[in-house]
Design a protein around this ligand. Structure first.
Ligand code: SME
Length: 164
């Protein structure tokens, strides 16, 4: 298997998400192991979008998220439900876009270089949150509606593959 996730710089973000989705479906087809899928999802997103940090926190018990596969600098390993951006996205079962992490009360700073962030829940078919995708940028206000839409779509594809 050889697959790259590098796209022309001239593409808009929307076009990049569309191209990514098509390639991503091929990448995850025929694999159902969670760690394999999450590891490659992190790598593909990092390659395609150049994010500073991209990875997963997984629901480990009713109270805690544990660090999962990721790409980027080392990160905090455990986050309590309702805490930080990740724990809040889990508790509220919805995507959270944070344009300036310094203005989000309770933000957990794993790296001082992180300036903005988006967290997208991984929802099982019944709506239960089993983890979150967390992406950090070293730029302010790096994430918008295109990212929310694109990343939620990617998480839907991933969860479909994991439910087989
Ligand atoms: N900033 C996150 C913690 C995880 S790191 O960004 C990788 C939060 O507030 O939940």
């Amino acid at each position: 298997m050889e697959q790259t996730f590098s796209y022309p710089a001239s593409m808009t973000k929307r076009e990049r998400y569309e191209a990514f989705l098509a390639d991503y479906r091929l990448l995850i087809a025929d694999e159902d192991d969670r760690i394999c899928l999450l590891a490659n999802t992190s790598a593909a997103l990092k390659e395609a979008f150049g994010f500073f940090w991209v990875g997963f926190y997984l629901v480990n018990d009713p109270t805690w998220l544990h660090l999962g596969p990721f790409q980027g600098p080392v990160a905090c390993t455990r986050i309590k439900r309702g805490r930080g951006v990740c724990g809040t996205a889990w508790a509220e079962a919805q995507t959270i876009v944070v344009p300036d992490v310094d203005l989000f009360q309770g933000h957990i700073a794993c790296s001082s270089a992180s300036r903005s962030e988006i967290v997208v829940p991984m929802k099982a078919s019944g709506g239960e949150v089993v983890g979150v995708l967390d992406i950090d940028s070293d730029q302010l206000a790096a994430f918008d509606e295109d990212d929310r839409e694109g990343l939620e779509h990617i998480m839907q594809e991933l969860m479909k593959e994991l439910s087989h």
